[in-house]
Design a protein. Structure first.
Length: 237
């Protein structure tokens, strides 16, 4: 098993007033050649947007973009005609493909919105752009990982153009769950949303990240009540 650890306080940081963002991998003005990506996982931005503020209309292409709200309400508009609001307990995906423009704004005038924006390189270029979002309330489980994203549109969760699987887990202190790699050659980037866990003897706290590869499985033990996001992705671009 190979591993790498990114502690929360080593991430890139940009505070624009309306946007307070932490970057796990190089992004915008934050550049570290040792932290460009984890396999095809290119971006994990931990964003807090001030009340009533947001990202104006901007373009994307040939990228799979996943948004996971953590608090508040985020309004999405795009060139495909979608106007939606996502909130905690939802997951959103957009395949940018041949090109799409979109905007994201804090729907509320009295509180912040917090969300993860995750970019993944696709395994197919120039696909027709698409958008989807779902609520996780009916599939949420306690003390075990549950799937929220896969390569297959018939499976649980949203789907993307890549051999990737995302799982969330909500754990009470002292519980353990095993994660088994879905596809040979893939690795997993674990991101701790809340609490504290132990993976392969390493203690990880809120917003720490850990890459794991060259293994068939690993265990996650909650040393405090915890919430964990696992992102399994191909390690080869």
């Amino acid at each position: 098993m190979n591993t790498l650890i990114h502690k929360a306080d080593t991430r890139g940081h940009a505070n624009h007033g309306w946007l307070n963002s932490h970057h796990t991998f190089s992004f915008a003005n934050y550049y570290d050649r040792e932290r460009m990506n984890f396999g095809v996982l290119r971006v994990i931005n931990d964003d807090t947007v001030a009340a009533g503020m947001g990202f104006g209309t901007h373009p994307h292409d040939n990228m799979e973009i996943v948004s996971i709200p953590l608090a508040g309400d985020l309004e999405h508009k795009d060139s495909m005609g979608n106007i939606t609001v996502i909130k905690e307990g939802d997951v959103q995906v957009m395949s940018a493909g041949t090109g799409v423009t979109h905007s994201e704004y804090n729907k509320n005038k009295d509180k912040e919105v917090k969300f993860l924006q995750i970019w993944i390189f696709p395994n197919k270029k120039n696909v027709t752009p698409r958008y989807d979002q779902i609520s996780l309330q009916d599939i949420r489980k306690e003390n075990e990982f549950y799937q929220i994203l896969s390569p297959n549109q018939d499976e649980q969760g949203v789907w993307i153009h890549q051999d990737a699987w995302f799982h969330l887990g909500n754990f009470t202190q002292g519980t353990t769950d095993e994660y088994r790699i879905k596809k040979e050659g893939n690795g997993v980037y674990a991101f701790i949303l809340e609490g504290e866990v132990e993976i392969n003897g390493e203690k990880l706290s809120k917003r720490d990240g850990m890459g794991i590869w060259n293994t068939d499985s690993f265990n996650v033990k909650a040393t405090e009540n915890a919430r964990v996001l696992l992102m399994e992705v191909p390690m080869k671009m």
